[in-house]
Each structure stands twice: as structure tokens, then as C-alpha cells.
Write a protein that binds this ligand. Structure first.
Ligand code: ADP
Length: 401
């Protein structure tokens, strides 16, 4: 099935056209600066080299029209007609408590996405704009919403609830939701395929370590706990996000520095994490360069990051009781052998024996990096959220037919 996967931000539209039977990406592109003067459109269609052009698009509908035009017209076309697109899959960040699975988009689903907008005010409204743009331009196509949070709806209440006065859950739905669900589900499926075992029989800890990072405990293909919470701020140390900290710290800083909630949110989301602690960059590659040059805060940043990941791995080992594999994915997880080696150090007694050589040479490919005789496996599994969205779209439509 040919599925157009769409991911809309407040001023961007990212897409991939995927043939699900072969997992081939037929075309992909990104329109940025939508509604901010001249928009920038870069795309790679078929085997041709990447193209960058300036376009006029005041809104997501205009941007989408431009994209669809490029998909069918010479010299960049990869389709003879838009009829070939069989469905559209949308990334939607927050499904709240309404969605346990991906959903065929109907008027009711649109209302629910709108209602959940309060929980993700920066993400759900633009995701919805993308859906509405597709409805307007391609009114006959079936559309599916794939939620970042849906996979984690299987978390038991004891992992999803905060110990706050219960009324805040009742009034504002404050609880842990988790994110990156599409990625965790995808790498869990791939892991089961690789190990040649049914996902239903596996206990996994999946570590999505990128700019944003989260760790998930998966039992029998279902999320049992995950490190991100009410927002993507909770959990491990990330590129620019602090991850979990004593909540009293932020009250203290707000008082001392006379900060508004908005400033504090900026500090925690954009100025903290690897960037804030190192004072160098949010990018792990630059942290490693600095460590090699003897930069002590870069070394400390690496250690704090790894420590935060290890704490979750340890907690989830206890929660799951038995772990068949720890899986690393996303930018850092797939490429950074140093972080992986540090995360899995001194775990032999827990059944994880890293093959240091295999770990050093594995970069961006699916591979087992534990020794042959290691009782539990350590794997690198590249994520592919767009492919997962395309597959979920296909599955939803097949179920409905
Ligand atoms: P996003 O969360 O934006 O999707 P990615 O999963 O692409 O992010 O991860 C991006 C991060 O991955 C970069 O900021 C960088 O820290 C890290 N990264 C990418 N390549 C490498 C590498 N070769 N070595 C170490 N870190 C890397």
C-alpha cells in the first residue's frame, strides 16, 4: 500500500511517501517557515539528488498543494496520479486518554484530538492543521492518526499516576502519558523478528536516546512503564531537557531569579540537559570531542547522562522481573558506542555481557552487541517512525474493511 506519512509542526510539514509492502521510501521532503514569508522546501524524490526551493505557502494547505504537485509532475514526480496514494497517516503527539490505538480519522476523532490539545498545546494544533489540510485537498482519501502516546496507554495505573492530590488528575488529567510510542513499538517488533520469537513472549527494555530520549519497559509487546511523563520533560537527561529533577528545585530557581512559568519551562526544555550541564552543545558528538580534549564538564555531562539511563534500566529490570533484551535506538542509541558501553558496564551479574568489539563497530545498523553466550541480549535496532506510521495506517484500514 502506498501511504503518505505526514508530520506537521507549527510552521513545518514533513512527509514521506512509503510503499508498505517493500518498506521503500518513494519520496520525502520538508517544508519549513510556512506562513513566515518565503517558505523553504527541500525534498528527495526517487533516486534524484536532494532539491531545495523557495515557495509561497501561507498555510499548511498551500504547502500540501505544493508537495502533491511535486509528487506527480515532471521532473520530480514519482507518481503518475494522486490516485496512487492509498491512504494518509498522520503523526499526532497526544492522544490523551481517548486513544489506545491508531484511529481512522472521523469528525469524532478530530474533536478528540482538539480536546487533547490542552495537554500538548504546541503539537496537537499543528498536527490537526495537517489533517484538515489533507481533508481539504484530498477529500476522498482515508486518513489515520497515529499517536505518540497510544502505545503507553497499557501502563498500569501504578506507573501512570503521580502522587499528587487526586483532584488534579480529575480536574486536569494530570498523569503520566509517555511519548515516542511509535518508536518503542517499532523497535520492539523488529527485536522480536530478529530474535525469531513472538513479541508476546518477550520482556524488553527499549532505550530511545536521541535529542529527546525515553526508556520503556515492555512486557509481551505492551508498555508497562516509560520514562517520559505528563510531558516529554520527565525521565533521562536529554539534549536540552533536564529530565527528572526534584520539583522543589524549579520553585527555588523561580523565586530566586524571579522567573515566570514560561521562562522556567524554557529553561527546563531548551537550556538544560546535555547543553546546560556541559555549556558546550546539545549534541553528543561535540561532547565526545570535548572529553577527548580534557574538558571536565563534558566528562561530567556524559557521566550524568549515562547514570540517568542506568537508573531506568535497573528500575525496569526489577519491574519486568526478567529481561530478554535491552535495545538501543535513535541518534545516540544507534551511533554512540561509548554511551552504550557505559550504560551496559558492570551488568554481567544481571545477565548482560557486552561484546565490546561488536559494540564499537556497530553504527546505525541492526545488530546484537552482547556476546554469544550472554544470557540476556543487548541489541542496536535502528528506529523508523515514519515506516511504523505507514504500517499502522495500513493495519487500521485493513481492520476496518
Ligand atoms: P531526534 O530526537 O531529533 O529525532 P535523533 O534521534 O536524530 O534526534 O538524535 C539526534 C542526536 O543523536 C544528536 O543530537 C546527537 O547527539 C546524536 N548523534 C547522532 N549521531 C551521533 C554519533 N555518531 N555519535 C554520537 N551521537 C550522535
Amino acid at each position: 500500500m502506498k501511504v503518505l506519512v505526514v508530520n506537521c509542526g507549527s510552521s513545518s510539514l514533513k512527509y514521506q511517501l512509503i510503499e508498505t509492502t517493500t518498506s521503500a521510501v518513494l519520496a520525502k521532503g520538508l517544508v519549513e517557515r510556512i506562513g513566515l514569508g518565503e517558505a523553504e522546501y527541500s525534498f528527495t524524490h526517487g533516486e534524484r539528488p536532494k532539491v531545495k526551493v523557495g515557495i509561497q505557502s501561507k498555510n499548511h494547505t498551500e504547502a500540501l498543494r505544493e508537495v502533491l504537485g511535486k509528487l506527480v509532475s515532471e521532473p520530480y514526480g514519482v507518481l503518475s496520479s494522486l490516485e496512487e496514494i492509498e491512504a494518509i497517516g498522520h503523526r499526532v503527539v497526544h492522544g490523551g486518554e481517548s486513544f489506545y490505538h491508531s484511529a481512522l480519522i472521523t469528525d469524532e476523532v478530530i474533536k478528540a484530538i482538539e480536546a487533547n490539545g490542552e495537554l500538548a498545546p504546541l503539537h496537537n494544533p499543528p498536527n490537526l492543521q495537517g489533517i484538515l489540510a489533507c481533508r481539504e485537498v484530498l477529500p476522498n482519501k482515508k486518513q489515520v492518526a497515529v499517536f505518540d502516546t497510544a502505545f503507553h496507554q497499557s501502563m498500569p495505573e501504578y506507573s501512570s499516576m503521580y502522587a499528587l492530590p487526586y483532584e488534579y488528575y480529575e480536574k486536569y488529567k494530570i498523569r503520566r502519558y509517555g511519548f515516542h510510542g511509535t518508536s518503542h513499538r517499532y523497535v520492539a517488533m523488529k527485536t522480536a523478528e530478529f530474535l525469531g520469537k513472538p513479541l508476546e513472549n518477550l520482556h524488553l527494555i527499549t532505550c530511545h536516546l536521541g535529542n529527546g530520549s525515553s526508556i520503556t519497559a515492555i512486557a509481551g509487546g505492551k508498555s508497562r512503564d516509560t520514562s517520559m511523563g505528563f510531558t516529554p520533560l520527565e525521565g533521562v537527561v536529554m539534549g536540552t531537557r533536564s529530565g527528572s529533577l526534584d520539583p522543589a528545585v524549579l520553585l527555588y530557581i523561580m523565586e530566586k531569579e524571579n522567573l515566570t512559568p514560561r521562562h522556567m519551562s524554557d529553561l527546563l526544555n531548551k537550556k538544560s540537559g546535555i547543553l546546560g550541564l556541559s555549556g558546550i552543545s546539545h549534541d553528543m558528538r561535540e561532547i565526545h570531542d570535548a572529553v577527548e580534549k580534557g574538558h571536565s564538564r563534558a566528562k561530567l555531562t556524559l557521566e550524568v547522562l549515562v547514570h540517568s539511563v542506568r537508573k531506568y534500566i535497573g528500575a525496569y529490570m526489577v519491574e519486568l522481573g526478567r529481561v530478554d533484551a535491552v535495545v538501543f535506538t535513535a541518534g545516540i542509541g544507534e551511533n554512540d558506542w561509548v554511551v552504550r558501553e557505559m550504560c551496559m558496564a558492570r551488568m554481567e551479574n544481571w545477565g548482560f555481557v557486552l561484546d565490546k568489539e561488536k559494540n564499537r563497530t556497530t553504527r546505525g545498523t541492526l545488530a546484537e552487541i552482547s556476546t554469544f553466550s550472554s544470557p540476556s541480549k543487548i541489541l542496536v535496532v535502528p528506529t523508523n517512525e515514519e515506516l511504523m506510521i505507514a504500517l499502522e495506517t495500513q493495519w487500521v484500514l485493513e481492520e476496518k474493511e
